[in-house]
Design a protein around this ligand. Sequence first.
Ligand code: ZN
Length: 163
Amino acid sequence: MTDEVLVLNNNYQPLNVTSWKRAVLLLYLGKAHPMDSPVQPTVVRLNHFVRRPMPILRPTRKGIFTRDGYRCVYCGTNSLPLTIDHVIPKVRGGKDEWDNLVCCCTKCNNAKGDRLLDEAGLTLRNKPHRPKCLPYISYHKFMAALRKPEWTDYLAPYAMSVA
Ligand SMILES: [Zn+2]
């Protein structure tokens, strides 16, 4: 588990997760310094501030599943296979956005078809939303990284408690 290293910008903002090899190269080139062990660093901080535009966090399959806790938003089951449902169906103008994509079991997905929620008699257990995280790192990676004790302090300020 020590093969991944969190890279912080000079202002302590997490930039990305990289391999141990690449992190050691950054140290060797004098571009960064270790925040913990100089031999087995788990966090390194860049010596200079890197300006990077904030990317837009795009919804991905894994991201939607992570946000919804791998449970169907309609019936709450976590039995596989899980699918992605468009709350407003694509044929009715629904978009591929965080607030229109949800984790859904195949049973509910088939029952819903191309209908709207009230037409299908379904209700959402949680209202889908764009999750808060640092979009330099993909959302599911970010949530996994957040659980690493040595990284939590650096990432938690950018996360939101996930219900
Ligand atoms: Zn379901």
